[in-house]
Design a protein around this ligand. Sequence first.
Ligand code: MG
Length: 157
Amino acid sequence: MFRIGQGYDVHQLREGLPMWLCGLQIESPVGFVAHSDGDVAIHALCDALLGALALGDIGHLFPDTSDEFAGIDSKILLSRVVSLLRGHGWNVANVDITIALQAPKIANYVEAMRETLAGVMGVDVSLVSVKATTTERLGFVGRGEGCEVWAVAMLEK
Ligand code: MG
């Protein structure tokens, strides 16, 4: 049996804040405005995993009004989501993430991002795809105002 889910998230960029993407801190003069560590890629991935089982979204599971999640490492949220789906008897078949960010360039981080996410989810790195693109300077991503991420997750049991 297979289930598929998709996730989407956007975070605003601001100077002087840390930038976390796929569990790694990225060297960058700008970072994400957020209640958690702002890892917009992990948030989209969590929503894809939850969406596959129609379990709602991370905003519902980990409310940004809760002090428990203030500044939290999003890898913890991802590991909780994966535990939840394993508890329902499902495993991650594969995930695919597309990050739209104008700057900085993150191509050199992609392999480490895949390894990090695979480690947190307890799956082989071959099941984890991370892709990065700019938007050719178009739109809010192109103006450097934010980062947009899409994720797809396939589950199996
Ligand atoms: Mg988010």
